[in-house]
Design a protein around this ligand. Structure first.
Ligand SMILES: NC(=O)C1=CN([C@@H]2O[C@H](COP(=O)(O)OP(=O)(O)OC[C@H]3O[C@@H](n4cnc5c(N)ncnc54)[C@H](OP(=O)(O)O)[C@@H]3O)[C@@H](O)[C@H]2O)C=CC1
Ligand SMILES: O=C(O)[C@@H]1CCC=N1
Length: 270
């Protein structure tokens, strides 16, 4: 495994990965170094919560690292690459979690033959249930690829994809958790309107969504069949599903995914 992993960026996604990696105990917290642009309080919070190292010095962070994770917003990548470039020795693998941003942006900006692995994780990595897609750039060694896969496997599943598929992947699994949270929010709001106690609604809804995920994973059934199993002819579910259809659920989902893909493409061109 990597001896020293550096996170450039200390936001939500960095924390999700750090939390999962530390919990999985595959590298020790002291082998993880985190830095950001300026928010000292944020670094202190991560150090205190996960016992990781923090620094404001890019040089100190990057020079002897063997993996450098780029976890800033896409708009900040050019500045970050300019800061990192003088400290690249050729032995670090660069791992990007940036939405939209193609591997060519790294190569073109750095004008160096550095190994780059582009990933699209999601925040469920925090608890080891992440879904990470990865795509491998030129110059990546077999060992660097295996180590990177292993790293992300400690926080969930890893799916290797073509770089062209990264936009749709981002729309499905990168942003995907937000769609389900939104649905849970809406269900909780209706439950409240109907007068069901919030703790009871929460218990029922959370267990329902967990059960759905496990049924999809554990049974051999398709989602269509699983849905049909619940839908008694002329029963309660049928009415609900018809209402979802009448309110254009499939088109709504498609519109959301198309909008996400479009934004991912825009970020890639920016
Ligand atoms: N959140 C998510 O669910 C997912 C996010 N991603 C990707 O992860 C990346 C980060 O997203 P997220 O964590 O949500 O964003 P946040 O805004 O929460 O965090 C961004 C972090 O980047 C830091 N930063 C900015 N510029 C630099 C720099 N030059 N060098 C080092 N650090 C810098 C910021 O520091 P400071 O606070 O000091 O300004 C901050 O810690 C994005 O590219 C996003 O596309 C990918 C998959 C899922
Ligand atoms: O919203 C975003 O841009 C990032 C990418 C996937 C999830 N969050």
């Amino acid at each position: 495994m990597f001896e020293k992993i550096v996170f450039l960026g200390a936001g939500a996604m960095a924390e999700a990965l750090i939390a999962g990696i530390v919990k999985a105990n595959i590298v020790k917290p002291e082998q993880i170094v985190v830095t950001n642009k300026s928010n000292q309080a944020r670094l202190q919070a991560l150090a205190s919560n996960y016992q990781v190292q923090t620094t404001q010095s890019i040089e100190q962070a990057v020079t002897d690292a063997d993996a450098v994770v780029f976890a800033m917003k896409p708009k900040d990548i050019q500045t970050a690459l300019a800061e990192v470039r003088p400290h690249l020795t050729g032995s670090q693998v660069l791992i990007s979690v940036l939405a939209g941003t193609p591997i060519t942006v790294f190569h073109d900006t750095l004008t160096m033959n550095v190994p780059i692995i582009r990933t699209m994780p999601n925040t469920s990595s925090t608890i080891g249930y992440g879904a990470t897609a990865i795509t491998v750039g030129e110059y990546v060694t077999e060992q660097q690829l295996e180590q990177t896969k292993k790293l992300f496997e400690t926080v969930g599943t890893v799916t290797v994809v073509e770089e062209d598929d990264m936009h749709v992947v981002t729309a499905l699994s990168g942003s995907g958790p937000a769609y389900f949270y939104y649905m849970v929010e809406a269900m909780q709001e209706v439950a409240a309107k109907k007068g069901l106690e919030a703790t009871k609604a929460k218990e029922l809804i959370y267990q329902t969504i967990l059960g759905v995920a496990e049924m999809l994973q554990q049974t051999e059934e398709t989602p269509t069949q699983l849905r049909k199993n619940i839908t008694s002819p002329n029963g309660v579910t049928q009415r609900a599903v018809e209402a979802l259809y009448d309110h254009h659920l499939p088109e709504t989902i498609e519109a959301a995914i198309e909008a996400a893909i479009k934004r991912s493409e825009e970020l890639g061109k920016a």
